[in-house]
Design a protein around this ligand. Structure first.
Ligand code: G1P
Length: 276
């Protein structure tokens, strides 16, 4: 069973300045819910109940969000708005939230490594909250990946096909398709130029990692952009053993960009209208 989900959430969110000057980008709301809450809900749906969050300076609003606000509870009790806190109260009751800080921004691989102290020696999920995923009634992306993990017991990355001109924004994989939408990875490159990309299968912000990844990150030299890349550590893991890439079912919005954020907002607005 995978019980822990790691949320790297130390990044600055410079694409959303000035909104993110004093507020974590993970707290930007799509409709009335912050991005990181969508992520925690997806992890809970996949059976996880320990949320390990890698924060940084200026991110305290995340900790406050996953805590009780007594003053607010007191104000709202018995009012018509009380139902609006139901979902977040349920999450607080069901989950344990643990935190550690990434002091310097040294890349996603380094952020994940900082989580070693919270994760220990067990397989775990990683969720990047600015990749907002939905599934229209089916299993969430992490649930789908847990099922793949149960069968293959190795690290898994979620992938989606992107237009070739966009591959430079992602980690890109290539491998042998062993089942419908499931690849045994043999190559992985972080943010390649389109003419050097091994395919158009881009990694999105969902991973299941086996704990030997921590030792591999320790040995990973700075890569693209001078940062420690999880893609490079996973490539080493693929060479040593096995890594799978899974083409997930559902939709993904890149809420790290204004375009994706607006698309997500429109999508959830329309969905909410249909449901009400
Ligand atoms: C990170 C990873 C990249 C992955 C992407 C998914 O990049 O390094 O491999 O494709 O997340 O969102 P970032 O978007 O943090 O630059």
């Amino acid at each position: 069973m995978i019980k822990k989900c790691l949320f790297p959430a130390a990044g600055y969110g410079t694409r959303f300045l000035p909104a993110t000057k004093a507020m974590p980008k993970e707290m930007l709301p799509v409709m009335a819910k912050p991005l990181i809450q969508y992520g925690v809900e997806e992890a809970v749906e996949a059976g996880m109940d320990i949320m390990a969050i890698i924060t940084g300076r200026g991110k305290r609003a995340i900790e406050d969000h996953f805590d009780i606000s007594y003053e607010l509870e007191h104000q709202i009790k018995g009012s018509s708005k009380e139902y609006m806190l139901k979902e977040i109260r349920d999450l607080i009751n069901r989950c344990t939230f643990t935190y550690t800080r990434q002091i310097e921004m040294r890349g996603l691989g380094d952020a994940i490594y900082k989580g070693k102290v919270l994760i220990g020696d067990e397989p775990f999920a990683v969720l990047l909250a600015d990749d907002l995923c939905t599934h229209d009634g089916g299993d969430g992306v992490l649930s789908q990946m847990v099922k793949v993990y149960e069968k293959y017991r190795c690290s898994i990355v979620a992938v989606q096909e992107v237009p070739m001109e966009h591959v430079g924004k992602y980690g890109v994989i290539a491998g042998k398709e062993i089942d419908d939408g499931l690849y045994m990875v043999d190559t992985m490159v972080e943010k390649p130029e389109p003419d050097e990309a091994p395919s158009n299968l881009a990694i999105i912000g969902r991973y299941i990692l086996t704990p030997d990844i921590f030792g591999l990150i320790e040995k990973t030299e700075p890569g693209k952009g001078g940062e420690i890349q999880i893609t490079d550590a996973l490539m080493a893991q693929a060479k040593e053993g096995m890594v799978m890439a899974y083409k997930f079912k559902g939709k993904r919005f890149d809420c790290g960009s204004i375009d994706g954020f607006v698309e997500a907002t429109n999508y959830f607005y329309e969905k909410g209208k249909k449901e009400s």
